[in-house]
Design a protein around this ligand. Structure first.
Ligand SMILES: *[C@@H]1O[C@H](CO)[C@@H](O)[C@H](O)[C@H]1NC(C)=O
Ligand SMILES: [Zn+2]
Length: 394
């Protein structure tokens, strides 16, 4: 039994690994920027999320509708599902509060649920009930916006890849991708096992016993998750994300590596060595390049397990592999009224959006399948040439 388990894990692992091709420099440079879509007042993606959206309130429903509208308009190939549950809360006087998770899935054509593993990208969209008027820009409006942007940025390349590989890829080499926008992460009164993670707990519990057809490769939607990447508290300047879990450190290293490469290519707007930031200061000397993910070289005996309660917990308890992208220490605005659009560091938000897009594109093995508009391609190449000549990483 043990040996059997060991063998099947090894073969799954090598299948996932053999498909991992880094993006070329050219692709990294041309990934679309989030640009005006992340404007906090008028941006088509971010602005509608920057409002109070406590679970069970009209603001929450409006943000959920915004996600649905976005997928229907921009990403019609993604299958949308609601996962609805109800629960009492310490503040609901015995009444049931509704919690609604939105699941957007894109699987290779011709596959059935249960045939393919998936990369699940996750953030919560509800906001905390107190202090009154709390917006939760890093917690987690900005992470939700990053996921919508990233999904849109890789969508056409997914189509092209699946067209190009329709006849050559075996079923077990195919992968799907999923965006989970979870409700009810925040506690109403104070954080306990019962007062927090309402949406995630209900979803993990239901998916554990939702069976795919007999003979499926993956027994349940929970088993189908190859990696659960949870984004939280992202959007303040100078974040440091530890590598929390030894079993997914290899995935952490992939994200850290693509971060390094984006920085080296001058694509990180928050970098002190980005030409725009160098131009603003007197001393033009290159500065030490920071990293959002600084723990690539963490020794194997330094993983103590994350003590952070968040939406991954009910999934991890059921054996799902987790990559938790949350800064430690938490940003200063965490759970303060200051956590609003105005306190986001927009360069950092845009850099995260680019990094998450690049990570997803590499995971989904999309190198060679991006089709950037021609005129834009030419313009960008000229800009990049200029940037390269001015730009040096120490
Ligand atoms: C779940 O909630 C959504 C959003 O309110 C609603 O549109 C949908 O009909 C609900 N689904 C079920 C099965 O109740
Ligand atoms: Zn929070």
């Amino acid at each position: 039994m043990l040996l059997f388990g060991g063998l099947s894990l090894v073969s799954l692992f090598s299948a996932a690994c053999s498909a991992y091709t880094p993006l070329s420099d050219e692709t990294l440079q041309k990934l679309p920027s989030s640009g005006t879509d992340f404007d906090i007042k008028t941006g088509a993606i971010l602005a509608p999320i920057l409002r109070t959206r406590v679970s069970g309130t009209p603001g929450n429903a409006a943000v959920l509708q915004h996600f649905v509208d976005f997928f229907k308009k921009e990403l019609p190939e993604w299958r949308l599902e609601f996962h609805n549950s109800t629960s009492t809360t310490p503040l609901s006087n015995g009444l049931e509060v509704p919690f609604r998770n939105l699941i957007a899935t894109r699987d290779p054509p011709g596959t059935r649920p249960g045939d393919v593993g998936r990369l699940a990208m996750v953030a919560h969209y509800d906001s905390k009930i107190s202090p009154e008027g709390f917006i939760g820009a890093i917690d987690s409006a900005a992470p939700c916006a990053m996921l919508l942007h990233a999904a849109r940025s890789i969508d056409k390349a997914l189509t092209k890849k699946w067209e190009a590989t329709a006849d050559s890829l075996e079923l077990d080499e195919q992968q799907g991708v999923q965006i989970l926008l979870l409700d009810g992460e925040e506690a109403f009164l104070s954080w306990t096992d019962e007062d927090s993670l309402y949406g995630a707990r209900a979803l993990a519990a239901d998916w554990e016993f939702t069976y795919h057809p007999a003979m499926s490769t993956f027994r349940t939607p929970l088993d189908s998750i190859d990696l659960f990447v949870l984004l939280d508290l992202l959007g303040s300047a100078s974040p440091a994300i530890p590598s929390y879990f030894k079993t997914t450190h290899w995935a952490y290293k992939h994200m850290a590596e693509v971060e390094k490469r984006l920085r080296g290519l001058g694509m990180f707007k928050s970098s002190p060595n980005h030409p725009a930031n160098v131009a603003k200061r007197e001393n033009k000397k290159p500065r030490a390049e920071p990293q959002f993910l600084p723990e690539s070289d963490k020794p194997a005996d330094r993983f103590y397990g994350g003590g952070i309660g968040d939406d991954h917990v009910p999934f991890m308890a059921r054996g799902v592999e987790i990559l938790h992208i949350i800064p430690s220490p938490f940003p200063k605005v965490w759970h303060e009224i200051e956590d609003d659009g105005e306190h986001l560091d927009m360069n950092t938000v845009e850099d995260w959006a680019r990094l998450v897009t690049a990570f997803m594109a590499e995971w989904m093995d999309l190198e060679g399948h991006f089709d950037f508009p021609r005129t834009e391609q030419k313009q960008k190449r000229e800009i990049n040439f200029e940037e390269k000549t001015e730009f040096a990483i120490p």
